[in-house]
Design a protein around this ligand. Structure first.
Ligand SMILES: [Zn+2]
Length: 173
């Protein structure tokens, strides 16, 4: 995770709040809402905790290539385990130059590229796109053997429906 400078924090106390604390980013500032009854110690403890939580949430959105490779390794373990290194990519990368496809794979050099358009989609959709490309390392074409591999992932159908819906809206083939 990247280390960013400490943000300006504005603490707002509310008499209506009992125990709940929430935080959100407002431009350069982070606003933390706490119950009015909190002591100074509780306030500083909760500010630290909420800043860490916000950073984790934002870090999760900035998905890295390293995370993508870890995800691929886990998917191979779960669904393509008997293929071992035959299913292992030489590299998996996020790319921004791939607007017509969600992912692509070059079996000759075992590289996989995933479109940045997938980056903000739910985890289970990212997993589908990735598993689809991993399966191409084993079976390059879209034949019955290929779809049988993809179908090992329980949410394949749902993920394809999700992607079709997004494509229809965005007019991506
Ligand atoms: Zn394909």
């Amino acid at each position: 995770m990247t280390v960013t400078r400490k943000p300006v924090v504005e603490v707002r106390r509310s008499q209506r709040r009992r125990r709940t604390v929430s935080a959100y980013r407002d431009g350069e500032r982070v606003v933390v809402l706490i119950p009015d009854q909190f002591s100074r110690a509780e306030e500083s403890e909760w500010v630290d905790r909420m800043l860490a939580r916000l950073a984790a949430r934002e870090g999760r959105l900035a998905r890295s290539d390293a995370e993508l490779l870890a995800r691929a390794t886990r998917l191979i373990d779960l669904y393509l385990t008997e293929y071992g290194s035959a299913a292992a990519p030489a590299s998996v990368r996020w790319v921004t130059n791939q607007n017509g496809r969600w992912g692509s794979c070059t079996p000759a050099d075992r590289t996989i590229r995933i479109s940045h358009r997938v980056q903000d989609m739910p985890d289970w959709v990212i997993d589908y796109v990735l598993l689809h490309e991993l399966a191409h390392l084993i079976v390059p074409s879209h034949n019955a053997e290929f779809w049988a591999l993809v179908a090992r992932y329980p949410r394949s159908e749902r993920a394809r429906g999700y992607l079709e819906g997004v494509a229809a809206t965005a007019a991506i083939p």
